[in-house]
Design a protein around this ligand. Structure first.
Ligand SMILES: [Mg+2]
Length: 222
């Protein structure tokens, strides 16, 4: 019995969903949010709706455009984001990366989990549509409310929940963002950064995972 878990971020790791092109679903959802509030639908304003930017200057953004509070802005942004993403997944514009095939063999050796900053119903849809329940023991997404973002990554809360659900206290977490690395470390997991462009990650493809983990485990045991 193995006493470690291998956790995965979802967007950019399991599914190819981070489409930030001007025609992509993300920019469109943000542009719609701007239009809903009568704010000029510029690329610059759309960028201010990224979670990291809202955390930093969301209150200032609301004050500038006469929005009562960040919760009001967030609720509308979340509605448009959810609709855009559900449609993109349902229509087949979002698909898993081919290298998730390697998870078939990993899943026979270790319990696997998904911990995503996407809303839970998006994670549920992805797991269902691509039959990922055969690979993953648990899949966790965030809640919808603005205050629930406080427990999304880079906070370690969701990763700790994964550990509790599976009943282990060590393992690895594979992500494509610095927030994944920070959350993993804070939860006591070994972070593995994937950079599919091969510039600054620990791995460039999920195919490198079995060897990376086996090597790390050998070093640990010495
Ligand atoms: Mg990601």
């Amino acid at each position: 019995m193995n006493t470690l878990v291998i956790g995965f971020d979802m967007d950019g790791v399991i599914i190819d969903s981070d489409d930030f092109t001007p025609e992509g679903w993300i920019v469109e959802a943000f542009m719609k949010t701007l239009r809903d509030f009568g704010i000029p639908a510029t690329e610059e304003n759309a960028k201010r709706l990224y979670i990291s930017n809202l955390r930093r200057d969301g209150d200032e953004f609301c004050a500038q455009f006469g929005i009562p509070d960040i919760e009001t802005l967030w609720a509308q942004r979340e509605r448009n984001y959810l609709n855009g993403k559900l449609t993109a997944i349902a229509s087949g514009r979002v698909a898993p990366f081919p290298d998730i095939d390697v998870l078939e063999s990993l899943a026979r050796e270790y319990p696997l989990g998904i911990v995503s900053n996407s809303p839970q119903e998006i994670v549920d849809l992805v797991v269902k549509k691509f039959s990922l329940d055969r690979l993953f023991r648990v899949w966790l997404g965030r809640g919808h409310r603005w205050d629930e973002l406080a427990t999304a990554k880079p906070a370690p809360d969701m990763l700790r929940r994964m550990l509790a659900v599976i009943g282990v206290d060590r393992g690895y977490f594979i992500g494509d963002q610095q927030d994944d690395v920070i959350a993993a470390r804070a939860a006591g997991l070994v972070p593995i950064l994937i950079d599919r462009n091969g510039e600054q990650g620990d791995i460039t493809s999920l195919n490198e995972l079995p060897e990376f983990i086996a090597h790390h485990e050998r070093v640990q045991q010495k």
